[in-house]
Design a protein around this ligand. Sequence first.
Ligand code: CS2
Length: 490
Amino acid sequence: MRLSAATLAALPPDIARPAYDLDAVKVGMVHLGVGAFHRVHQAVYADDLLAAGHLDWGICGASLRAPDTADALDPQDGLYGLCVRSGEGDAVRVIGSLRRLLVAPRDPSALLAAMADPGVRIVSLTVTEKGYCHDPASGALDEAHPDIVADLATPARPRSVPGLLVEALRLRRAAGLPPFTVLCCDNLPANGETVARVTRRFAELRDPDLGAWIAGDVAFPSTMVDRIAPATTDADRALVSGRMGLTDAWPVMAEPFSQWVIEDNFPHGRPPFETVGAQMVADVAPFEHMKLRLLNGAHSTLAYLGYLAGHETIADAMADAPFARLVERLQDEEMTPTLHVPPGTDVDAYKRALRERFRNPALRHRTWQIAMDGSQKLPQRLLAAARERLAAGAPVTFIALGVAAWMRYVTGIDETGAPIDVRDPLAARLRAIADAAGRDPGMLARGLIGVREVFGDDLANQPVFVSTVTGHLAQLLRDGAGRTVAHAVG
Ligand code: CS2
């Protein structure tokens, strides 16, 4: 028997489920990128809002590429299990906030119509870093991106995020409706501003008058989002379905921790997010820097070095003492001094909690998963802090080790000589640079630092940065990741 509205009553009593009337929920938010992260995070806050009686704030979730989420959840009336895993065990809960699922390539006009619906006041996004068609180093729209070129040629049939937002906003304006607020929930630097920049630029290229309306009337609040969500495996499906006594084709897995900090800028209305645990603030930047540098910077560093050392998961890497020490030294000595700690935050407690989260023995968060799309992640996770430290004449030893590990990783060959499945929009180019450099650390480092989209124009001219990265890379190639980490932490 499949999980669905009709079978909810058959769930065992220990499984929480929507107590509200699913049919009474109206869609108030359209979400682009309805993947695991959205389903463990925003959709859960929305489920809590619905449970508290705010029935205007259901979600219509759209996939921009693959139909698999809609195909899994449609027969379940949008319902799915959230499994929260910790050392204490697994808690399963059914989430009901996804009231409708769409697949953009299957029915692009249905998605545009949903975004242009008068009841919709927020369009939120988790499309991953590469989904914004921007240059990661500068944050500007990549006007040569094939999807942008295509969307400028046929703007009424968009496939890119900027193209979709602008066409939907055009439809609203033409219908005399107020715009929606654009709520970015990806780990981008200044995520609201970044999406505003690419959307406004696209609109201006498409139609300056529309561009001016968007620039004047559409709000793009920034957010900091945080919850660790390993990709669902078949074992997870079996576990959750077993607990439910019903088949759930695509449950999602998460840690207990969850945080959402939102810039309070919703001129056209919003649900009372603060009543379900979100923090509404005037300035997200201090929270964002703290999270991107302390969590994601350490995550990426552990992912590349851990993968190379043969650690399958983040918890495995954290159980290797020099790796745990590296996380501490990176956070304490190099990242923390670059932060303006948000008011009321105990940064030491925050870091201790982070390291405990990384150690969560029940979450099997694969280093390979986090290693994906490094070219889009490195700038905000490691390089922004490196730049600030270099400008102050401060050392970048541990940051550079993470960068060197990424370089070693994108060569595509692991320490046993086996291929690495490198997933990155720039993978082919990175691999060609690595192939040309062979095992020459100087050439490899210089070649990769020359990739402007990642390193900008400046880092190649920072001798301390180049030599520190090259030194680590030489050791990684010679001694392997395990010994390099042990050596670096002393
Ligand atoms: C991770 C993040 O995959 C990754 O790159 O670093 O998804 C991380 O788990 C989340 O940002 C945690 O909030």
